[in-house]
Design a protein. Structure first.
Length: 156
C-alpha cells in the first residue's frame, strides 16, 4: 500500500508537468517530428518553430572500419526539406550538424509557418545536400502540418 501511495504523486507529476509533443509523422524510413516549444505552458504560449526529420541515405555497399564495425549510410552535415502543395512549395535548409543516422533539424520562419498554415502539403522531400539523394514522403494526412500550425502557431 505504501508503494502505491508513493507512486501516485509521481504519476500525477509526470501526467501534468510537460505537455504532449505532437505525434510524429512516420512513413517508411522517414520520421517527421514537429517540436512544440513551451509545452508546459498554456496553449496560447505554445508554438512550433523546429521540425526534426530523420532519414537514412543508404550506401550501396557498407564501409567496414578497422574495428570491424560498419557504416551503412552516408553521413551528412546538411539537408534541405521541401514542403510541396499542388501548385507551390517551400524549401527550408537544415541546421548544420553532422549525422550518419541523419537527423535534419529545420527552423521555420514566420513566412514558413504562414505557408504551412495556408497550404495542404501533399509531399515532403528531403535532400541530402552532400550526396544530392532525395527521399520523398507522400502525405496520407495532407492536413497534418496545416492542423498543427493552426493549433499552435496562430499568433506566430
Amino acid at each position: 500500500m505504501k508503494k502505491f501511495l508513493l507512486c501516485v504523486p509521481l504519476l500525477l507529476i509526470f501526467t501534468f508537468v510537460g505537455g504532449d509533443q505532437p505525434s510524429a509523422y512516420i512513413q517508411g524510413d522517414i520520421t517527421i517530428q514537429p517540436i512544440l516549444e513551451n509545452e508546459d505552458l498554456d496553449i496560447k504560449y505554445q508554438y512550433i518553430r523546429s521540425i526534426k526529420v530523420y532519414y537514412r541515405d543508404p550506401l550501396e555497399k557498407p564501409i567496414i572500419l578497422q574495428n570491424n564495425s560498419a557504416i551503412y549510410n552516408y553521413c551528412s552535415d546538411s539537408s534541405v526539406v521541401i514542403f510541396k502543395s499542388v501548385a507551390d512549395s517551400i524549401k527550408v535548409p537544415s541546421v548544420k550538424r553532422m549525422s550518419c543516422e541523419i537527423m535534419a533539424i529545420i527552423n521555420l520562419t514566420k513566412r514558413d509557418s504562414e505557408w504551412l498554415k495556408s497550404h495542404i502539403v501533399n509531399e515532403v522531400t528531403v535532400i541530402n545536400t552532400i550526396t544530392d539523394n532525395r527521399f520523398s514522403v507522400y502525405m496520407d494526412d495532407t492536413e497534418y502540418f496545416r492542423r498543427l500550425m493552426l493549433k499552435y502557431n496562430a499568433k506566430y
